[in-house]
Write a protein that binds this ligand. Structure first.
Ligand code: RP5
Length: 167
């Protein structure tokens, strides 16, 4: 559990079929030195586990929950319903043929009072979820704040290099 390994970020997803896309979230967190706890927890198939996990997340030392799902993607909302921790929702593309718009609307359209910080659909959102989690943690962690500043600088440098290569 988180209290044993001191994980402060939980990455939960609705199915193992979500893992390939969510790997970029996990990898990005690791790039910043954050080893997340990764769980498969379905809001629909094991709703009691989802509620129990979110309800005990703060007690176990988590500070941010990243929740990813496809189709009628209620996992992030189910987390947010049961915790006061910030919840970042990642809508994923599934076999529904709706390009993740189904999951996006299911994730983002939370009722007033129960927010889910929803990022973009799919891989870009998976990566941004990790960066947003780091930004939240960096508010009280100078080392992470420095890593974020370095990340932004490196990102800007890459764009400048691409621009130079065109001149
Ligand atoms: C969602 O249903 C999961 O998050 C996944 O994106 C989708 C399909 O799940 P599987 O049938 O592949 O397990 O709950």
């Amino acid at each position: 559990m988180a209290s044993e390994n001191k994980a402060v970020v939980a990455v939960v997803m609705g199915s193992d079929s979500d893992l390939a896309v969510m790997q970029s979230c996990i990898d990005t967190l690791k790039d910043f030195g954050i080893a997340p706890v990764v769980r498969i927890i379905s809001a629909h198939r094991i709703p009691d586990v989802a509620a129990e996990f979110a309800g005990n997340a703060a007690k176990h030392g988590f500070k941010v929950i990243i929740a990813a799902a496809g189709m009628a993607a209620h996992l992030a909302g189910a987390m947010a319903a049961n915790t006061t921790l910030p919840v970042i929702g990642v809508p994923l593309i599934s076999s529904s043929g709706l390009e993740g718009v189904d999951a996006f609307l299911s994730t983002v359209q939370m009722p007033p009072g129960v927010p889910v910080a929803t990022v973009a659909i799919g891989k870009a959102g998976a990566k941004n979820a990790a960066i947003l989690a780091v930004q939240i943690l960096a508010l009280s962690n100078e080392d992470l704040a420095k890593k974020l500043a370095d990340f932004k600088k490196a990102q800007a440098q890459k764009v400048a290099e691409k621009d130079s290569a065109l001149q």
